[in-house]
Design a protein around this ligand. Structure first.
Ligand code: KG4
Ligand code: ZN
Length: 376
């Protein structure tokens, strides 16, 4: 058995996990900084790296404790090398190197995006399912919106070697970023995705009726049909709000509620008119259509056998049901991680490291963080 202790610090979560043989999660600790960044409406890089520095040692210690292990029981270390915020990545990479060097154990460098792909494979395994490959994987979070093909080839020794090709990516904002910006505009707090998801889901008859008159059309783009775009949609919401000054009093009321710490969807819902809920519905419909439409077209073009969806936005309930319905119609299987594995975590980094560990891949002593590290 190989026990890998992984560290993830690419954005605003300090995470450590121990995973056995790339599949059994012995522990997974995530210290989120979301409260720290909430009042700025987005991640502040300088604050993030400082917080990682504070958290990294206790988080790793807790991951070992929960797994019932000491550092000597670990067979290898893994760390996210990129992409992400450079100052944040450096904290994890440096600590990973320290752990590997001081124990004489191997260190494996992992691409954060490959981690998100493996989050889906890990979850499927926990549920006793196995996605058929080749697949397409949509990674959709606050920092990324990108579509990859995923293949695997058997290696000598029984492991798998995964390979990826990028089919398309966002040309402007990430989908989660669009959620966060729309939430900021309408005073719904940060992060915006979970609240908008719940509010749109709770929209009643009046909102559904009003939504019929709002047009946030799909973005028309030339070139790669698998590229995404969300900034036009965000601007459409902005123009709608400007054109409807009657929305301002409720925006002010919600801003007050947020300042007083009332941030839950259930607390904000009474402060949302049917018109606002209609805007949220139409926004979310457009995001879901953009993501599902292009991903399914990509799956068809690539003759994919399954669809994998990962990243924070993969938790969206409407996105999940739309993918499930569309995939079923086309005889494809679709896989999502659980909520805990959708957002940034270190278990997915350990899972991605495992085939590389088996293949004998080792990070060199001069390993460095790379903010723009591509997967393919
Ligand atoms: O993967 P993640 O935790 O962090 C990175 O960006 O890497 O994703 C966070 C993003 C945020 O933009 C958040 O608004 C969005 O995922 N998000 C959602 C939902 N839950 C989180 N977006 C839509 N619906 C959700 N239920
Ligand atoms: Zn991520």
């Amino acid at each position: 058995m190989a026990r890998i202790l992984a560290i993830e610090s690419s954005c605003d979560e300090t995470a450590a996990a121990v995973v056995a043989d790339g599949r059994r999660i012995l522990s997974s600790i995530v210290a989120s900084q979301v409260n720290l960044h909430a009042k700025y409406g987005g991640v502040v890089p300088e604050l993030a790296s400082r917080e990682h520095l504070r958290q990294i040692v206790p988080v790793v210690r807790e991951a070992l404790e929960q797994a019932g292990l000491t550092i000597r029981d670990v067979d290898a270390f893994a760390v996210t090398r990129g992409p992400g915020l450079i100052g944040s990545l450096l904290v994890g990479v440096t600590y990973g190197k320290v752990l590997a060097m001081s124990t004489g154990k191997p260190l494996i460098a992992v691409n954060h995006l490959e981690g998100h792909v493996h989050a889906v494979l890990l979850e499927a395994h926990l549920a006793g399912r196995q996605p058929k490959l080749p697949a397409v994987c949509l990674i959709v979070s606050g920092g990324h919106t990108v579509l990859y093909t995923v293949r695997a080839a058997a290696m000598n020794g029984g492991g798998l070697q995964f390979s990826y090709r990028r089919m398309g990516q966002t040309r402007d904002d990430a989908a989660g970023e669009a959620y966060d910006k729309v939430a900021k505009l309408l005073a719904l707090g940060y992060p915006g995705g979970p609240v908008i998801d719940q509010l749109a889901g709770g929209a009643g008859k009046d909102a559904l009726h009003l939504a019929r008159d709002i047009r946030f059309g799909a973005t028309k783009m030339k070139g790669n049909p698998y590229d995404f775009s969300f900034s036009g949609l965000k601007t459409a919401v902005l123009y709608y709000v400007r054109a409807h000054p009657e929305l301002q009093p409720e925006i002010d009321a919600r801003a007050r509620a947020l300042r007083e710490g009332r941030r839950k969807a259930a607390e904000l819902l009474p402060l949302c008119s049917p018109q606002t809920l209609a805007v949220l519905l139409c926004f979310q419909n457009a995001v879901v259509e953009e993501l599902v439409g292009r991903t399914l077209a990509g799956a068809k073009e690539f003759s994919a056998q399954s669809i994998l969806v990962s990243g924070g936005v993969a938790a969206n309930s409407q996105l999940r049901s739309a993918f499930e319905a569309e995939a079923k119609r086309r005889g494809l299987e679709v896989f999502f991680p659980s909520r805990a594995l959708s957002t940034d975590n270190a278990a997915m980094i350990a899972a991605a490291a495992y085939p590389r560990f088996l293949a004998g891949e080792r990070a060199s002593a001069d390993l460095n963080a790379e903010a723009n590290l591509p997967l393919a």
